[in-house]
Design a protein around this ligand. Structure first.
Ligand code: ADP
Length: 364
């Protein structure tokens, strides 16, 4: 291609390339670092400077942000690049710059002089794949949760039948032994029966958890998930004279909702159970500047013992003797962490407890 220059003479492609060469490095949409045979950093474009802690030597620059237990040998890897021309690519390098973590794809390649192919140094290509890696992790977690749910439901299903049989035999034995007037064995069997009842409860809860109403890949507005959870819990709320107040607008952002519905149901169920003699559960919505939604479940029950504020999220911790499984909040926390959010609990100064779901809205 020929282009006229300002003096109306013709400029060749080669001349254009030569004129633009200094800008190529600066304009590339990926990070590029050039280093010499002693691994000294010779030049770096702005994206590279943004992505890594640039130091005098390129091996030190990489070591400064990576975990030394995994990446102790940047010096060796880069020396092989400049000495034997080995090209190396690393797909998922966790890198930390000024406390900010990222995931980088790093390619190390030799830099030859082009005429006789003599290695003059090396090139480092850096691509920020944090978002892609997070999306993949999220997808893997969702799949794992779905598989776990299916597995739990199968196991629970299989256990249901034998437990039913054992319970029937315990009742038969109890009847026969009490006819023979033997109080102790009857008492033992009663304990065995109580244990079995608890197992049945746990299994029922696991089955309920695995029965997902929504596909985990379906986008659902958060207000719809909340409305549906209220509908689900309404009969129990009415039975305990608990009023549920909605303090959230419609048209809220949509999330891949399957598991969040479970969280909302669990929090409402706990609120209702905390107020057996009636009260009010209020669900409110807010968003912060950094696009994190806070969904608060406030009840007018007695609150929880502050000494247990961490334990209540542990599996099998329950204060509902004989009635609770202690799985609800543990499952809630697990699910919300998969959305990269968190759940906190506090007692309200005005009475009752507040469970708050903090949910990042820009997570894909
Ligand atoms: P479970 O409801 O089966 O006991 P959870 O994991 O849902 O299991 O809850 C654990 C414990 O947390 C409950 O036993 C209770 O002590 C406490 N808790 C949960 N929600 C509330 C609430 N809304 N008010 C007071 N205490 C609560």
């Amino acid at each position: 291609m020929l282009m006229p220059n300002t003096n109306n003479q013709h400029v060749t492609d080669k001349e254009i390339t030569a004129a633009l060469a200094p800008f190529i490095l600066q304009s590339l949409p990926i990070g590029v670092v050039i280093f010499d045979k002693q691994l000294k950093t010779v030049s770096a474009n702005p994206i590279a400077a943004e992505l890594i802690n640039l130091q005098a030597n390129i091996d030190a620059s990489l070591t400064a942000g990576t975990n030394e237990k995994i990446w102790s040998d940047w010096h060796k890897i880069l020396t092989e690049v400049v000495e034997i021309g080995k090209i190396s690519r690393f797909d998922n390098v966790a890198y930390r710059k000024r406390e900010k973590p990222s995931v980088l794809q790093i390619t190390c390649a030799p830099l030859t002089d082009g005429l006789n192919g003599v290695i003059q140094g090396g090139l480092l290509l850096l691509e920020d794949i944090t978002e892609k890696a997070n999306a993949q992790k999220q997808m893997a977690n969702t799949e794992r949760l779905a598989v776990m749910g299916k597995l739990a439901s199968k196991v629970a299903h299989e256990l249901n039948n034998p437990i039913d049989g054992i319970m029937r035999y315990i009742n038969l034995a109890k009847r026969t032994i009490s006819e023979a007037n033997l109080p102790k064995p009857v008492e033992y069997l009663e304990h065995a029966g109580d244990g079995l009842k608890r197992m049945v409860q746990i299994i029922t809860e696991l089955l309920e958890f695995s029965r997902n109403r929504y596909s985990s890949l379906e986008d659902t507005p958060i207000d719809k998930l909340l409305d549906d959870a209220i509908k689900f819990i309404e009969p129990a709320a009415k039975a305990s004279a608990v009023e549920i107040e909605r303090q959230y607008p419609s048209g809220l952002p949509a999330v891949k909702g399957g598991n969040l519905f479970q969280v909302f149901c669990n929090l409402l169920k706990n609120a209702v159970e905390a107020m057996p003699d009636g009260g009010k559960a209020t669900i409110s919505w807010d968003t912060s500047e950094n696009n994190i939604a806070t969904i608060k479940f406030h009840d007018t029950g007695p609150g929880f013992d502050p000494a247990n504020s961490e334990e209540i999220f542990e599996p099998f911790f329950t204060t509902k003797t004989g009635k609770g499984t202690g799985l609800g909040l543990a499952i809630c926390r697990d699910i919300i962490e998969k959305y990269n959010g968190k759940i906190t609990a506090q007692n309200s100064p005005s009475g009752g407890s507040i469970f708050t779901v903090h949910l990042p809205l820009n997570e894909k």
